[in-house]
Design a protein around this ligand. Structure first.
Ligand SMILES: [Zn+2]
Length: 219
């Protein structure tokens, strides 16, 4: 099997239904379905809005460092079976801080310890590019950038931003991006995913070194 790398995977979106059910049960979270089959039906893509709502449902179940560790290890095992040797994985910590007052270090420790375990068990390298979201409070975004820089020696290599481009431009997040860049992280935003070419341009103007999607760049 040839060696593969993966550069765009949202860890919260890659949780197997059985794992999500188990984590939700442990954390006392109810889901709209309580069987693997029920969750699989819900995972089926209909449109971007539905996709985002299912993604929020999933991420809301995650609470402890152990949850985040399991998410990384579970996905790394699956990716390894497909021949992956390197994963650059996305997770979205700011929503968790905002909606459930989760601790930054709880998340970053869990994810980065998952990377260590993935390396030991499957010989696979996992690096991280945490994502902000469009509409995220500016101070939260800047704090996220500072925490990301702090975890640079544990595998955080970049900072991104995702969500619906129609909700916010990148302008409010210029300082957060600078904090990340000055701390040695790459800026790797989603842009030109559902928004137009102006979103691609502003991402490049802020020094993006990789665009996620970028399909509207053709325009
Ligand atoms: Zn993405």
């Amino acid at each position: 099997m040839s060696a593969k790398i993966e550069l765009h995977v949202h860890l919260e979106g890659a949780i197997r239904p059985a794992t999500l059910l188990d984590i939700a049960r442990r954390n006392g979270e109810s889901l709209p379905a309580d069987t693997v089959e029920g969750l699989e039906a819900l995972y089926r893509f209909t449109d971007f809005r539905h996709f985002l709502s299912v993604w929020r449902m999933t991420t809301n179940c995650l609470r402890t460092a152990d949850d985040f560790r399991r998410v990384v290890v579970g996905y790394a095992q699956e990716a390894r079976a497909h021949g992956a040797v390197y994963l650059e994985a996305i997770f979205s910590p700011a929503e968790r801080v905002e909606s459930h007052a989760l601790d930054w270090d709880e998340m970053f420790t869990g994810y980065t310890e998952g990377a260590v375990e993935a390396r030991e068990r499957f010989g696979l390298t996992v690096r991280f590019t945490p994502d902000l979201y469009r509409g995220c409070p500016v101070e939260l975004a800047e704090e996220c950038a500072r925490v990301s820089v702090r975890y640079r020696d544990r595998g955080v290599v970049g900072l991104g931003i995702g969500g619906d481009e129609r909700r916010s431009t990148l302008a409010p997040y210029g300082k957060a991006v600078r904090i990340a860049q000055e701390g040695g992280l790459a800026f790797v935003p989603h842009a030109g995913e559902v928004g137009g070419p102006e979103h691609v341009r502003e991402a490049l103007d802020l020094g993006a070194v990789r665009l996620r999607h970028g399909i509207r760049a053709a325009e």
